[in-house]
Design a binder for this molecule. Sequence first.
Ligand SMILES: [Fe+2]
Length: 323
Amino acid sequence: MSYNIPSHLAKFDELIPCHVPFVEGKVKGHQDRTNYSIIGPGVVEDTKQGVKIAEEHGFNIGAVSTAPNNGSGSHSHTTAEVFLVNSGPMRFYWGPDGRDGEVILNRGDVASFPTNVFRGFENVSDSEALMFVILGENDPGVITWTPKILKEAKDSGMVLLDDNSLIDLDKQNIPDGRKLLEPLQEKDLSKFDHYTLENIKRFVIRYTDVSKYIVDDQHYNSNSIINYIDQFQIHEQQFEPHIPHQTGFGLALLRGIKAHIHPYSLDCSEVYLCLDGEWKITCDEQKVVIGPRDIFSVPKNSLRSVRQVSEAEGNLYIIRQKK
Ligand SMILES: [Fe+2]
């Protein structure tokens, strides 16, 4: 089978950053951050953002790196949004005014936010913090901002037109005949869902709690698995998910010093995302190694195997398109 391995590999250090990805990109508290579109364009409003792997996967993966006290303002999605915290702590808050609840998450924590609920996050550490974000579907649509964020953005010189295109008023006027996106009215806000802290906790799995979730796959004591979302299968064993969301993709973690999966093939999209360790991936006859923060999109139908090769324990996220 012929495919070009480098076009499937996203080394984190080689990604193209975007510094003003959204309308709020010049607002204090939201401006010191960098976005990366790794698989698909995601929901970024700056159409000039570079996309590392453009091929449709059934989901999108991006990353966001934020300075202390910075993050995303309150917004809602129409498809799944799953956060993989790479470094934190990161504070998540939700509800139209951001006061329905909050959780503070750290490295290795996973949170799946439901659709139709406002959520935001901020880096509450004293150094740069990084998260990967998985969005559902090939086209995750547009995000909906709270009226407060759109007002602050406009005051900073950034607006959205009614087709959701982003205009930086320092560089461009509003084109003739075009209208601005109208902020939501009070009655529109009431259509968004509210969640208590207890509700949201069902969709959060903390790395410090892994002993509650982790399963040995009984494969020579080499592999431990946490299955977050959707059914996961390796070596003909099934693992049930801990998060009940239907996202259109599966998310699991493979962990161990000698963790590995023997050759198998899949005819849907599959992505490996390295949290730590060094993972040697063999695709048919070709080999590639990924390290922390790197992503590899496994060519469809290739015979693939993966093995953790560093001396320390490794953790690898596996994201699979649900068929
Ligand atoms: Fe989001």
